[in-house]
Design a protein around this ligand. Structure first.
Ligand SMILES: [Zn+2]
Length: 389
């Protein structure tokens, strides 16, 4: 599912395409795409208004609207109205000429006065479009058409300059539960999902099942530093084009830089041991059980989840030349000593990261097949939306 960097990219790509466009008509072909499920009310709220800005809040694309025009074509006062779009699993946005044939996966269309259309294409139909109003005092989204409360409880934006390491540490200290679940909780910080939670925890060398309560000051600081660094880089690289995510101006390239996400069984890029996969709260979680240690006192409470770990612990690994690998670099050699588990500071020499191969490497083939199929789907989606003129 598109997360902060992907949604940010979509919002930025749209800016040059839709700002200034006035909405003249709305077409909805799947009524559940509308949060209010009320096409008449949605059209009343947006038709006649122009888009004046595009931005992102959490995982929502936000299209800010002007106040519209009165019967004499005079501008009405700005009331802070905005269209919100949650892409969910397969949502895509394209701006095309109205003459462009519409494919069967287009669920909602905003027609513009200049003869173009913004089309919301969504194969799996989980995406949602709504109308909301900004609070004049804070500028944040609040009331919503249909009375839904989508934004209630959104946490701070991790890339907001005001969201400091200190603010992060203060926030996480009050939390109970496992780190992975906390990072996914939109009320903790907004916009982080499965991909960037796994990547941040691997980079910070923190086990996804570790409890927030056990974090030391250095751990929280490292998690803040690594998560913001990764999110910044992902925005620069236009997000990770995994599955159906593509932006109006094309795919992202962050997928090339991911270290653990969907790499189960492949060697950890820090220590060479296989990346593990567990299921936590119905979501796949990827980590390195060597670089990301679970403190002893927490192991018993997580035994059931860890039992489902793949590849299994103790599974033997062989190097490229067929010899069995008995020992990888020591914990201190992979930089695991600077407080990650509260052990005294020792050598932090980085391991050379020897590649090793898992005997159960069949998974890699499937993962690669899935990636190729998704790339084909994205290319087809873009081709079907390419302007014909
Ligand atoms: Zn590792």
């Amino acid at each position: 599912m598109p997360e902060l960097p992907e949604v940010e990219t979509v919002a930025r790509d749209l800016r040059g395409l839709v700002v200034g466009a006035r909405i003249t008509d709305v077409r909805v072909s799947w009524s559940k795409t509308l949060r209010s499920q009320d096409e008449g009310a949605f059209a009343d709220a947006v038709v006649g208004r122009a888009i004046v800005g595009t931005s992102r809040r959490a995982k929502l694309v936000v299209l800010d609207l002007d106040g519209g025009l009165d019967a004499n074509e005079q501008p009405l006062p700005d009331d802070g109205a905005a269209i919100t779009i949650h892409l969910k699993m397969t949502g895509q946005l394209f701006v095309v000429r109205e003459a462009q044939p519409e494919d069967p996966y287009v669920r909602l269309v905003l027609a513009f006065a200049d003869g173009r259309e913004l089309r919301f294409r969504d194969i799996r139909k989980f995406g949602r479009v709504g109308v909301a109003w900004r609070d004049p005092a804070t500028g944040d989204l609040r009331g919503e058409l249909g009375g839904a409360k989508t934004f209630k409880g959104f946490g701070p934006e991790p890339l907001d300059p005001g969201f400091t390491a200190r603010a992060f540490a203060r926030r996480i200290r009050t939390r109970r539960g496992r780190l992975k679940s906390i990072l996914l909780d939109q009320s903790f910080i907004a916009g982080v999902g499965n991909i960037y939670a796994d990547e941040s925890l691997w980079a910070a060398r923190l086990h996804p099942l570790r409890s927030a309560q056990s974090l030391r000051r250095g751990d929280a600081a490292r998690l803040y530093r690594e998560s913001t660094r990764i999110l910044h880089e992902a925005v620069l690289r236009r997000g990770s084009s995994i599955d159906d995510y593509t932006a109006p101006e094309g795919d992202g390239e962050m997928q090339e830089r991911l270290q653990v996400y969907q790499r189960a069984g492949e060697p950890c890029r820090r220590c060479g041991r296989p990346i593990r996969r567990i299921v936590l709260g119905g979501r796949s979680t990827h980590f390195c059980s060597w670089c990301q240690r679970l403190p002893k006192p927490e192991q018993a409470a997580n035994a059931t989840i860890l039992k489902g770990m793949e590849p299994k612990p103790g599974q033997r690994f062989v190097a490229e030349d067929g010899s069995e690998i008995r020992r990888g670099p020591r914990w201190t050699e992979i930089g695991g000593s600077d407080g990650a588990l509260g052990v005294p500071t020792g050598s932090t020499r980085r391991a050379s990261g020897t590649a090793r191969r898992s005997p159960g490497a069949g998974r890699i083939g499937r993962a690669e097949q899935t990636r190729r199929a998704a790339a084909t789907r994205r290319a087809a989606a873009r081709a079907s939306q390419r302007a014909t003129d």
